[in-house]
Each structure stands twice: as C-alpha cells, then as structure tokens.
Design a binder for this molecule. Structure first.
Ligand code: HEC
Length: 130
C-alpha cells in the first residue's frame, strides 16, 4: 500500500515542481533570446571550444596573428570585429555557415554551437589584440 502524503508534503512537492518548471522556463527563454545566446557564447568553455574549432578548421587560411593586418589573403579575423569595417557576430555566423567564395560553407560541418563558439573566440581575441 502506498503511504498517504500529508498536506504539508503535497505543498512541498507542488512548490518543488513549480520551482523547477520556472527554472526550466527561464533557461528556455534565455537560450532562445539573442542577448542571452551571446551571453552564453562568452563563457570560457565556449571560447576554448571555439579556439579548437579555429585551430582545426580555419587556421589553414586565416592564420594571421592578432594585430597583423597585412593586406593580402583572407582577412585577419582578429580584427574583423573592430574598427570601421567591423562585422557583427550575426554577420560572421552567416558567412561561416554559408561561406563566402573562396571560403567554403561550414553549415553542414559545424554545429550552431561550434559556429557561435568560434565567433566568441574571435571576438575575445579581437578584444585582447591591440
Ligand atoms: C579556404 C580558405 C578559408 C577557410 C578554410 C576559412 N576561411 Fe574564412 N574567409 C576566407 C576568405 C578568402 C575570406 C574573404 C572572403 C571575401 O570577403 O570575399 C573569408 C572571410 C571570412 C569572414 C569575414 C571576415 C570579414 O571581415 O568580412 C569570416 C568571419 C570568416 N572568414 C571566418 C572563418 C571561420 C570561423 C573559419 C573556420 C570555421 C573560416 N573562415 C575558414 C577563406 C577561408
């Protein structure tokens, strides 16, 4: 026979469920709203993940050091987010997803999380490069 729960227990259980539901809802909303997505993309682990993606997929072409703006070859991504010609994270994500000839598209190779991580990494580099 199942033990009957006292009213106090029921209340605790109900409050617990309500609390979990609201936490889940906040996380859900945070994940899908743009501001929170870029907030999520700036965690150290995202940046580290992005640096690994960059090292394996992008460095063959975009191999310039921070601060190197020599005007040939693929653009220096460390400075792509600064100055007059700065691009936004969204523009970068579109270019990475769809490609921009001769750069190949990465939309089928990398996940959305990979792409936002590599952008977070590049933006973090841009901030530290002078
Ligand atoms: C085959 C060489 C190649 C590879 C690999 C490559 N790129 Fe590119 N990328 C280019 C070239 C060339 C351009 C300039 C395209 C243009 O403007 O015509 C470019 C442009 C860009 C831009 C736009 C920069 C700006 O200032 O407009 C971004 C952002 C970018 N690449 C990110 C990446 C990322 C991230 C990766 C790795 C996932 C990557 N690229 C891999 C060659 C490459």
């Amino acid at each position: 026979m199942a033990e009957r729960l006292s009213p106090a227990h029921w209340r605790l259980l109900r409050n617990g469920i309500a609390l979990h539901l609201s936490i889940a809802l906040i996380c859900f909303a945070a994940y899908f709203s743009g501001t929170a997505a870029s907030w999520a993309a700036t965690t150290p682990s995202q940046i580290k993940h992005g640096s690994q993606i960059f090292a394996t997929r992008c460095i063959v072409c975009h191999n310039k050091q921070p601060g190197d703006n020599s005007p040939f070859g693929p653009p220096n991504l460390y400075s792509a987010f600064k100055g007059k010609a700065a691009i936004t994270a969204t523009q970068a994500e579109t270019i990475i997803t769809k490609g921009k000839s001769p750069m190949p598209p990465f939309g089928t190779v990398l996940s959305k999380n990979d792409i936002s991580s590599v952008v977070a990494y590049l933006k973090a580099q841009a901030q530290s490069a002078k």
